[in-house]
Design a binder for this molecule. Sequence first.
Ligand code: PBG
Length: 327
Amino acid sequence: MELLVRPRRLRNGEKLRKMVRETRASKSSLIYPMFVKEGEGVLEEIPTMPGQFRYSLDTMDKKLEELVKAGVPSVMFFGIPDHKDACGSEAYNENGIIQRAVREAKKQFPDLYIMTDVCLCEYTDHGHCGMLKGEYVDNDSTVDLLAKTALSHVQAGADMVAPSDMMDGRILAMRELLDSEGYVETPIMSYAVKYASAFYGPFRDAAGSAPAFGDRKSYQMDPHNRREGLKEAMLDIDEGADIIMVKPALSYLDIIREVKDATDLPIAAYSVSGEYAMLKAAAKLGYMDEERTMCEMAISTFRAGADLYLTYYAKEIAECIDRGLIG
Ligand code: PBG
């Protein structure tokens, strides 16, 4: 055959394939989401997320140490309080579970970069992400509480806050409050493009944050929409967000790419609980190769344009990078 162009030439051998790779993975992109709860000696495996646990303050250090050793630079804390009420008051209690977890983790691992999820759903007795007016989640009163929550996390020592509530105007409110208290250098990573997704199912199990009635469709986005994602991203950029997140990751790779092309901010993507659970289940049944699939999920998210990657597989991916399986 007379062929001038033979794409296979560059696929012949691992060394060459690695040389011409278009996407690289680095451990510096990884963020590990972690659940901390009240109590002592707690190490509860989450039934719908095998291999993931709820930790108390005295058990989380072992996990943090493992992460640090593996080279994962950052964690994102989610709090599970004992007490829930209508206005999620444990979310902004200076001695709440997240605030104490941040102080404790910073004391023991000063080099670990600590992010916190800012939302009310784990703290409200009705499980919605804000204050209710009837059955509707009221935007503006919620925004005040979210800003207060973010400030309390930063005062406890959080390096970055990440609001995941999807209220309008919360980035501006947070930025203004943080600035007025002198925290002008603390970045905000906005869960700006967050869809109302069935992929959060296992997380709600893990965090006990399923809404007691209705759903989150009046604040999280409709999965049918693409332009609305860009609108949300642009609004949050105008309000002062430093990093824009798209969530979930795997079913929204097109959105990651669109937002990446439309902005010059770093883009984060969150491979959510359902993505983890699906792969765990398939691997357990012997239907898929867990390690290779996990690596492919990660690399496709980076290829789509993610700079930061939140994943329950952070430690395993770091190890795969060390072993040269991706990167
Ligand atoms: C809180 C929040 C959720 C997730 C991150 N922050 C749940 C939700 O919106 O219902 C989901 C994370 C995951 O599924 O891994 N609002």
